[in-house]
Ligand binder design. Structure first.
Ligand code: ADP
Ligand code: MG
Length: 195
């Protein structure tokens, strides 16, 4: 990795509600907790990540001349978005955020096509399962469901908990230990892939 260039990670899914914004902000915060200088780029015109950061004061928005070691990019829920294509083209790693439901995963296949079309070939793409409920049939069958999607899943998964819904107001302090641990573990896995 060049010391002058920020490692960029794009979170995407063609659908809204998958948890892109939530995980963009919280994974960026987790990278920061792990000691990295992190910036966030909010490419969703709805501006939710920007408002979240203004509210909690916990992260920095990246500017063209900021020299963060890691940059996390939140993207709009539209596969035809130029902003999404640009984000993928400049990223070292793409993270497809998806719920574990088969229907959501199947629609995620269109997102995989967009990733394949725009992320440079040698860069890593992974699924990050969000809103997973442990000890459910779905959680236990994720491996076989993932096989057909075309990109592998991260080992780390993020559970469904109310704490994640409080985080835009209260920041990292809203999170319980289990949520923090999952985020830190996903952040470490992604950081290892991206450089
Ligand atoms: N792991 C989770 N547990 C509980 N609620 C979640 C989780 N991840 C996201 N949410 C909630 O789901 C909704 C959609 O999340 P959001 O990050 O805005 O999705 P997207 O950016 O993909 O549209 C929000 O209300 C958010 O608080
Ligand atoms: Mg969003």
């Amino acid at each position: 990795m060049s010391t002058h260039r920020s490692v960029k990670i794009t979170l995407c899914n063609g659908k809204g509600g998958a948890g892109k914004t939530t995980l963009a902000v919280l994974l960026a915060t987790a990278f920061q907790k792990a000691g990295h200088r992190v910036g966030l780029i909010d490419r969703d015109p709805q501006g939710t990540a920007t408002r979240w950061i203004e509210q909690t004061g916990e992260l920095e928005l990246a500017t063209p001349d900021s020299n963060h070691r890691l940059t996390v990019i939140d993207t709009p829920p539209r596969l035809d978005s130029e902003l999404l294509h640009q984000s993928l083209a400049e990223s070292d790693c793409a993270i497809l955020v998806s719920s574990p439901s088969p229907a959501d995963l199947w629609t995620s296949q269109d997102t995989v096509k967009t990733i394949t079309a725009h992320l440079p070939k040698e860069r890593a793409a992974r699924i990050l399962f969000n809103q997973v409920q442990k000890r459910t049939v779905l959680a236990q069958n994720l491996a076989s469901l993932t096989e057909r999607i075309g990109i592998p899943a991260l080992q780390s998964r993020i559970g469904r908990r109310q704490a994640f819904q409080h985080a835009p107001l209260l920041g990292w302090s809203a999170l319980d230990a289990a949520s923090r641990e999952e985020l830190l573990s996903a952040a470490l896995e992604i950081a290892a892939l991206a450089q």
